[in-house]
Design a protein around this ligand. Structure first.
Ligand SMILES: *[C@@H]1O[C@H](CO)[C@@H](O)[C@H](O)[C@H]1NC(C)=O
Ligand SMILES: *[C@@H]1O[C@H](CO)[C@@H](O)[C@H](O)[C@H]1NC(C)=O
Ligand SMILES: *[C@@H]1O[C@H](CO)[C@@H](O)[C@H](O)[C@H]1NC(C)=O
Length: 397
């Protein structure tokens, strides 16, 4: 059965002329066939898509087989999202919620149907919280406040949703009836993983609804408009913990906390593939799995080119944007503990204010550098021990 389908897909894809990719280089030898395809092709025929869907199954089967082999990329300890999330156990969103989603997206979208999306839970809305700093960054960023009109806050629990409405933002309540909001999800626990995967599932729905998005974690400070610095020739671009200099090099270390995805057949197929791939990596979160599937030939088969954003514009504590004259966003990555994040993000915003207060000629000729990370950085992983507070962790401490 498997063999039959393989030769079928091989034949169909062979009919498109273009560059040759060797599946054998990433796959076990038995599937080492050379497929011909043109990675730049814009549209797929329906026939071809069917073949591609069949091919997904084979590719996923192969994923299991080559999971054991190490990828050339070494995962940074700090590239993970060390947040706590309320858990969501029910993935079946009702039709009513979907209608709500369409309305929210329509209201928030830019003329080209692009929205900015972030997720929010109870732990992030306390006074002096990460979310306050996130909103503040838009206000003190250079010409970024208009972007708040296009922000959709995806609330993961009732308190976060109420807070969002009070703050007069575009709000969407992702969770549905039947979910226990009082469960807290800690980093890498099954509930945490469910929440992270739910996000991938949700973002695919946004693409299927026809909207493009910039997804941003709320611990990313927006200091300049990022749109002029996005690549125009790809539908999927993602920020990096560390950027090696080549935007198409798959060995760059992506960070799922910030990405710009345009709605297209390729990106919808890719999000389906990504979500499906979780079944083959049961204890991994979306970012780890992305680090595996970025090498998978199926990604090129759908015609998707992943591009990695330069940390010079889209930086973080792992690899800061060195030049304050260029920085667009700064992420509190490579940081364990919500309090450490808050501490350093406050200093970061102070650095930015100081930079803006300098005379223009000084700013241009001798921009100051960041005084962060201080509490964040690799050492925060040794100092940080999450603990529970009143049986219910509000913050990671
Ligand atoms: C802010 O944006 C304006 C318009 O794009 C530009 O002229 C100015 O130099 C920018 N200021 C900074 C500090 O980047
Ligand atoms: C999920 O939601 C559906 C529809 O609202 C409901 O029938 C079902 O019982 C829920 N499942 C769980 C596990 O809560
Ligand atoms: C939700 O979970 C908490 C703690 O696990 C439990 O005490 C509570 O009874 C649950 N509530 C519902 C409605 O299931």
């Amino acid at each position: 059965m498997l063999k039959k389908v393989q030769s079928y897909s091989s034949k169909a894809i062979d009919s498109d002329s273009g560059s040759s990719i060797s599946i054998g280089s990433q796959m076990p030898q038995e599937s080492g066939i050379n497929h011909q395809l043109n990675p730049n092709q814009k549209t797929f025929s329906i026939h071809c898509l069917r073949v591609v869907l069949l091919f997904t199954k084979i590719t996923l089967a192969c994923l299991v087989l080559y999971q054991a082999s190490e990828s050339p990329f070494r995962f940074l300890p700090g590239s993970i999202h060390s947040f706590s999330f309320s858990s969501a156990n029910n993935f079946s969103n009702s039709g009513k919620k979907d209608l709500g989603l369409k309305q929210v997206l329509k209201k928030a979208a830019m003329p080209d149907k692009t929205v900015i999306i972030t997720t929010l839970n109870e732990a992030w809305i306390e006074p002096d919280s990460i979310f306050d700093l996130f909103l503040e960054s838009f206000r003190i960023g250079n010409e970024t406040s208009w972007l708040l009109k296009h922000l959709v806050v995806v609330a993961l629990d009732q308190k976060a949703f109420d807070h969002c409405l009070r703050t007069h933002l575009n709000c969407y309540f992702l969770t549905t009836e039947g979910i226990n909001f009082s469960d807290e999800a800690h980093f890498m626990t099954p509930s945490y993983l469910k929440m992270m995967w739910r996000r991938i599932h949700f973002l695919r729905t946004v693409l299927e609804t026809g909207y493009n998005f910039v997804f941003t974690d709320a611990d990313i400070m927006w200091l300049r408009n990022p749109f002029p610095h996005f690549y125009s020739d790809t539908n999927f671009q993602i920020s990096c913990d560390s950027f090696g200099g080549n935007p198409t090099d798959l060995n760059n270390a992506p960070n799922g906390g910030f990405n710009y995805v345009k709605s297209s057949t390729q990106t919808i197929e890719f999000y389906k593939f990504w979500y499906k791939a979780r079944e083959f990596y049961p204890r991994k979160h979306d970012q780890d799995v992305l680090n595996k599937i970025k090498y998978n030939p199926f990604t090129r088969h759908i015609g998707l080119e992943i591009k990695f954003l330069d940390t010079a514009y889209f930086g973080g504590f792992c690899q800061p944007s060195k030049d304050l004259n260029s920085v667009c966003t700064m992420h509190a990555n490579c940081c364990a503990g919500l309090d450490n994040k808050i501490h350093d993000l406050k200093i970061l915003l102070e650095d930015w204010r100081n930079y803006l207060s300098l005379p223009e000629n000084v700013r241009k000729a001798q921009p100051p550098s960041w005084s962060v990370p201080q509490s964040c950085g690799p050492r925060s992983f040794h100092r940080h021990t999450p603990r529970r507070k009143n049986g219910k962790t509000r913050k990671e401490e």
